[in-house]
Design a protein around this ligand. Structure first.
Ligand SMILES: NC(=O)c1ccc[n+]([C@@H]2O[C@H](COP(=O)([O-])OP(=O)(O)OC[C@H]3O[C@@H](n4cnc5c(N)ncnc54)[C@H](O)[C@@H]3O)[C@@H](O)[C@H]2O)c1
Length: 445
């Protein structure tokens, strides 16, 4: 099928390339001309495992190309998948990008003589596709959805950065939210080679399903963080034993899949959740809930617990550090919001670094996935603390924090580290046994 993907970010580029790799003819369109240029030069604008190989092959096979987002570059798609960002502005979801796209699609439709299904893949609040988005397209085209002039759908994306290619090729389920039968059929055809369950519903249910999914995952993280904090304030509690006990309740352990992430992986204490999805999606749903006069007690508690967690981690560390030393040198290992990505959006590692600096600590940090461009992006003079060779700074540090669980930090267990140096492992990444010679190991669990 001929598919246009609007937005060449994590969702758009990965989805577009995976669709091209299974035989569709894909155009990705973006307003960012640098991104377009780099993609057409077979260079990825961000790191994602396995993606470059698909990019090179798809461009060589002439089934994928990138264009500037302009009416004249639309070609003749049967489906348009909208994957633009939906960030938070003033604690609410900003749909500016979605509206701008709707306007341009409306203008393009005026000149296009065939039926096209327009499908939102970005995360948007329930009621966006079938109301305001439809109206924008209609107002800019004079065509009507109810007359069958164009199709509308909503197809939320569940990929995880760091595993995006795998998740996109092997989705757990595909949600086909549709507002007309032609769009239902086109989306079914688009995804016919995927073996997973297809769940058919209306666009509002599809939109809400993404928020419910993310909220329930974030809930586990905030709940376990609060419970570990309570336990930390009592004595003689081994929280990792508690997790082992909970994990062996068959109602949880039945969810365990040896080969992939399970819900149990969300039941590990840590510095909280970050990234471009959970924080913004919970905030968006909370403000929609308030507008509906439904008090979002649980949502707000998840957000509040999460917001405080990076500070809590640093306070815990400082309590353990020597009071006699006036300046405290802290080496942070990892800056990105999770391993296997160079995405730093809402990274809890950055929040911990910021807070440590605010409290007067001297900070250095490292991340194998950050290049100079990303580091400069950190702003606030933060880039000054970046080090390329973390191993050479181990003896400079009074404390070493494993902030992001990049594989290379496992090496820490084998290094000769001063006995007084604290190793703070808020995500319990290092196997305790491997560093038993280190008396100053600190974790949350
Ligand atoms: N990143 C994830 O892991 C993930 C997972 C599932 C769902 N989502 C959702 O998918 C959406 C996209 O997320 P992302 O992480 O890919 O965002 P991103 O910021 O990585 O990419 C968005 C892209 O859209 C482009 N864009 C913005 N306005 C545009 C316009 N008017 N026309 C054309 N291009 C435009 C930007 O230049 C950018 O390249 C969001 O709603 C997000 O919540 C993200």
């Amino acid at each position: 099928m001929k598919v246009n993907v609007i937005g060449a970010g994590y969702v758009g580029l990965v989805s577009g390339l995976v669709l091209a790799s299974i035989g569709h003819k894909v155009r990705v369109l973006d307003i960012d001309q640098d991104k377009i240029r780099s993609i057409n030069n077979k260079q990825l604008p961000f790191y994602e495992k396995g993606l470059r190989k698909i990019l090179v092959k798809s461009i060589n096979d002439k089934c994928f190309s990138a264009y500037e987002f302009k009416v004249e570059n639309f070609g003749d798609p049967e489906i348009i998948l909208i994957c633009v960002g939906t960030p938070t502005v003033n604690k609410k979801i900003s749909l500016t990008n979605i509206y701008n796209v709707g306007r341009v699609i409306g203008k393009w439709l005026k000149y296009y003589n065939s039926f096209c299904s327009i499908v939102i893949k970005s995360t948007v609040l329930s009621g966006t596709t079938d109301t305001i988005f439809k109206k924008i397209i209609e107002d800019n085209s004079t065509f009507k959805h109810k007359n069958g002039d164009f199709g509308l759908g909503m197809n939320p994306e569940f990929l995880r950065e760091g595993n995006a290619v795998y998740d996109c090729i092997n989705p757990d389920r595909i949600i086909i939210g549709y507002e007309d039968i032609k769009t239902k059929n086109r989306l079914t055809r688009l995804y016919q080679h995927f073996n997973c369950k297809k769940i058919y519903t209306n666009s509002r249910t599809a939109e809400m399903s993404k928020y419910v999914n993310n909220t329930l995952l974030a809930l586990q993280i905030s709940a376990i963080n609060e419970l570990s904090k309570i336990s930390n304030n009592l004595t003689h509690i081994n929280f990792s034993k508690i997790i082992e006990i909970v994990n062996n309740d068959h109602r949880w352990s039945n969810c365990k899949n040896k080969n992939s992430t399970s819900i149990l992986d969300y039941l590990i204490p840590g510095p909280g959740f970050g990234g471009s999805c959970f924080p913004k999606d919970l905030m968006a749903l909370s403000s929609q809930s308030l507008e509906l006069n439904v008090k979002p007690h649980v949502l707000n508690a998840i957000i509040e617990t999460n917001d405080k967690q990076p500070e809590y981690c640093i306070e815990l560390l400082l309590k353990k550090m020597s009071k006699s030393k006036s300046t405290k040198n802290i080496l942070f290992l990892g800056v990105t919001f999770k391993p296997e990505t160079n995405d730093i959006r809402e990274s809890t590692s950055i929040k911990m670094i910021d807070y440590a600096i605010k409290l007067g600590c001297l900070v250095k940090f490292h991340d194998p996935f950050l290049n100079k461009f990303n580091v400069d992006d950190l702003g606030k003079n933060l880039h000054l603390g970046f080090v390329n060779d973390w191993e050479s700074k181990v003896n400079w540090a009074d404390a070493i924090v494993i902030a992001t669980t990049h594989k290379e930090y496992k090496k820490l267990s084998n290094l000769q580290i001063n006995k007084n140096t604290i190793i703070f492992d808020p995500r319990s990444y290092l196997n305790r046994n491997n560093i038993s010679s280190q008396p100053n190991y600190l974790s949350l669990g």
